[in-house]
Design a protein around this ligand. Structure first.
Ligand code: GLU
Length: 479
């Protein structure tokens, strides 16, 4: 591991970024957007994109989520530059403790033994007095030695936050953001279970991984001044920071489950292509120079820059996602669509004889791949329909019957090998034009599909083939 770290972190690479999820469940759209902006920034600048697992909050762990998150990144097409060497914080507990003790030694941190009950009572008191709930500072002044508590009673290590002055975060998207240090809590660095908090582990790891730019969601901005103070205490140069705009629902509220699917794999199951999702999340808070909407992976890499990331919330508009998805379905190779359909409906589904023809027939009309099944069900099973459906507008039923009979005669003469859309059109269109298009084509189409809406009759016949076409017209005639 160490020599590998030296290779990737110690080289000439200027830009090194990381995606640092906590394994508390599925990769959701917000996380995917953070990962993608990091990925784009790395690729755009010839840098590295690394994954780190922040699993020190043991209570929130969800088993299996690390694999699910990795699989989702892979499905979206964001390859990692530390595959097989992903940093996992729970494996590094000793390192964090050593660093916490180092700060203790320097008096930049202190041992705190206040009980949960005391902390809660103190906070309640502060709120009553209209102050923000913060640690009272009780143990800050006491100077408890670690040897007095180690192995004897529960303790935490807190950072000794400077209590006067201001601290400025130079954010690459937001510009300078100032924080009043007196309002920043004495953050716990090492918890009573021996694990570090997010803040301590995050700073140590970003340093060890030689992260050049921390690109993360806006919700972490209030943590950044604490991190800056920690860098200073350790005597390290801090990375650059960029905080990405919040993702909002169309009604401008925070995006959540009640607005629909949030997990990347939920979108996969609903029939969205990874290219469409990437295009969509790429535009959540960023836009290219000419405001184009359909951008390939390569185009986004070529054009990405942090100064085109907006400060204000980015709207998650599912209508736009659907439109983008339909654009990508139109262009995707049949083999890719088949693979995605198999992921959704199972492998047997794509083994059906007609599948290639049906994909080509319906790709221009689908918003999501899940539309495919409903749209094409009638090819496999003719629905039972009312005979009245065969009637075009106010024409009498007999007319439909007569015309269908004539159509049947004409197509019976066509050779099975010639039974394709072009040939059928050349034979039946002159007849339809003569008799009246509606009176010929409508009953024909209904007899083939059993539905009031479907692709045109020539398309359907081309897919069904001669035998099935004749069988279906006969069913209609019997009605
Ligand atoms: N573990 C944090 C998260 O789940 C990472 C925040 C950061 O990138 O610093 O979002």
């Amino acid at each position: 591991m160490l020599s590998f770290l030296k290779n990737i972190f110690g080289g000439k690479n200027k830009v090194i970024v990381r995606f640092a999820p906590s394994p508390t469940g599925e990769l959701h759209i917000g996380g995917a957007r953070t990962a993608f902006f990091n990925y784009l920034f790395a690729r755009r600048n010839g840098g590295k994109f690394l994954l780190r697992i922040e699993d020190t909050d043991r209570e929130r762990l969800v088993p299996g989520s690390v694999d699910r998150i990795k699989a989702a990144l892979k499905w979206l097409g964001m390859e990692l530059d530390n595959e097989g060497h992903v940093m996992v914080q729970s494996e590094r507990v000793d390192i964090y403790k050593k660093r916490a003790l180092e700060l203790l030694e320097k008096k930049d941190a202190y041992v705190c033994v206040c009980s949960k009950e005391k902390l809660a009572a103190d906070q309640e008191e502060q709120m009553k007095m209209g102050r923000p709930p913060m640690y009272s500072g009780h143990c800050r002044e006491v100077g408890i030695k670690i040897s007095e508590v180690e192995g004897k009673e529960p303790y935490v290590i807190r950072m000794k936050m400077p209590k006067i002055g201001k601290i400025t975060v130079h954010d690459l998207i937001r510009g300078d953001v100032e924080f009043d240090q007196s309002l920043i809590d004495d953050q716990v660095l090492l918890k009573s279970d021996g694990y570090p908090t997010y803040h301590l582990a995050n700073v140590i790891d970003d340093r060890e991984m030689k992260i050049s730019h921390v690109i993360r969601a806006e919700e972490w901005l209030p943590s950044t001044p604490k991190h800056l103070v920690l860098y200073k205490m350790f005597g390290w140069e801090a990375p650059k920071f960029a905080h990405l705009p919040m993702i909002l629902a169309p009604d401008k509220s925070k995006l959540s489950k009640r607005h629909g699917a949030t997990g990347v794999f939920e979108y996969k199951q609903l029939g969205y292509l990874p290219e469409a999702i990437l295009n969509f999340i790429g535009l959540m808070g960023w836009h290219p120079k000419e405001d184009r909407e359909v951008l390939s992976f390569k185009e986004m890499i070529k054009e990405f820059s942090l100064d085109r990331v907006q400060k204000g919330g980015a709207i998650f508009d599912v209508k736009k996602l659907n439109w983008l998805n339909s654009e990508y379905i139109k262009k995707a190779p049949v083999s890719e669509l088949k693979k995605s359909l198999a992921d959704i409906f199972g492998h047997d589904f794509i083994k059906k004889d007609l599948i290639d023809k049906l994909i080509n027939l319906s790709r221009d009309r689908m918003e999501k791949l899940t539309d495919f099944k409903e749209m094409n069900e009638f090819f496999f099973n003719l629905p039972n329909y009312e005979k009245q459906l065969l009637v075009w507008k106010n024409s009498p039923l007999e007319k439909s019957f007569e015309n269908l009979k004539l159509v049947l005669e004409k197509i019976s003469e066509i050779n099975e090998n010639d039974f394709n859309k072009a040939k059928l059109e050349s034979i039946l269109m002159p007849f339809a034009n003569e008799i009246g298009r509606g009176d010929v084509l409508w009953p024909l189409r209904v007899s083939l599909s059993g539905k009031d809406k479907s692709p045109g009759p020539f398309d359907i016949m081309g897919v069904l083939g001669k035998k099935e076409t004749i069988r279906r017209i006969n069913i209609a005639l019997e009605k």
